[in-house]
Design a protein around this ligand. Sequence first.
Ligand code: ASP
Length: 452
Amino acid sequence: MIKVAKFGGSSLASDEQIKKVGQIIKNDPDIRGVVLSAPGKRNDSDIKVTDLLIRLFKEYSNSSDSYIKTMDKIIERYRQIGEGLNLDCDFIETYKIELNQMLENIDDDFYLENALKSCGEDFNARLIARYLNTIGLKARYVSPKEAGIELDYVLNEPIISDRTYENIKKLRDIDELIVMPGFYGVNKQGEILTFLRGGSDISGAILARGLGCDIYENYTDMSYIYSAHPKMIDSPKPIRNITYAEIRELSYNGFEIFQEDAVEPLLNQNIKICVKNTNKPYEGGTVIEQDRSDVDSNPVVGISNVGKFISFNITEYLMNRKVGYINKLLDIFEYQHIPVEHIPTGIDSLSILIRKEHIKSESEMQSLKNAIDENFAYNKFNIKDNLASIAIVGEGLTNDMTRALYLISKSLNEEDIKIEFIIQGASNNSLFLFVDEKDEKLATEKLYSYFM
Ligand code: ASP
């Protein structure tokens, strides 16, 4: 059996946490490689190192001297960790030198931000590789560049190149435990590119596939993925089995425990993902795989709160005859780089639903409205900006849509909650409800009690 284990920021936030990680690795000879995040939060008011690095970049590019303080804070964080692990910490000085070199040598802001952000995981992996050697493991730091994680940048997103998995196969010859920083790779020119936030999960999946693993263990601070957000539901049920498609849907739509893009490298590879708890490694765990056998008894696996939405509703008589109408409207959103989530349509009307977070300012909203005003001879146009979306997700919906719709109507009707929109996901494993923000919690509770 071969495993890759990925440890998230909360598992690596302090020396005490890293000692637990060391024990997990020591106790499991099947672990061939580990992928590490940057130090996360030690408590609610703490700041993740990645956020400090982003702050450093912003301060530096705004010519504010406060970047020096931020840099010291970052270096101090590693020093504290190193000292807590009884390491000789002279090497931490080189981290500061490297950060300063990046600031001096990388002219392009885009590449500078990417390079700085990658340091959170890179410094941590180098430090932890040293520590693992002090507790009797033979560990070797391998950078994503050495591993061959090659990324192309397509439509503002880093995409894993096909060469990556072939490159990584070469790491199978390494005898030592591979210690790789997560969250980044390099482009053809060798410049650093980071994934989206939470992207160390993707690096873990890439290494697991490249090394030909059976299991990809993903360590966090929770023993399971839960079937709803604890802020909405008291003690939600733990999920024991979930499919790749379900976790992707839930992660994209509000569950924060696993990066949705991390599933893609594992599709059709027969690699199970096990989500585990660094603080209680022997307890439970959620297994994510291609299929699950309990779909009949558990048709729905989770109910998530996707977030706040805005709808743009347009009515124009004879819209049905105007070929290309939707396209013309979508152009406006594309022009402003606003992703569109859903488009329910009728004979003379349509709605565009977008996530509220994509509208950054009042002026962005105004220019959207102006563009619609100028380009469409509509009869009615209104905007609702108080919507909350709730997703019901499960492979069992495919065969049980009638029952699901019955449960939705029954549960929400009992509380007189108005459904503004209801949308069936095209993959048939999800249903999205849109209600007024003020009804979101009650609606979630009612749905949860009926479905789960
Ligand atoms: N450190 C990065 C973040 O905070 C990536 C990760 O932890 O996966 O998003």
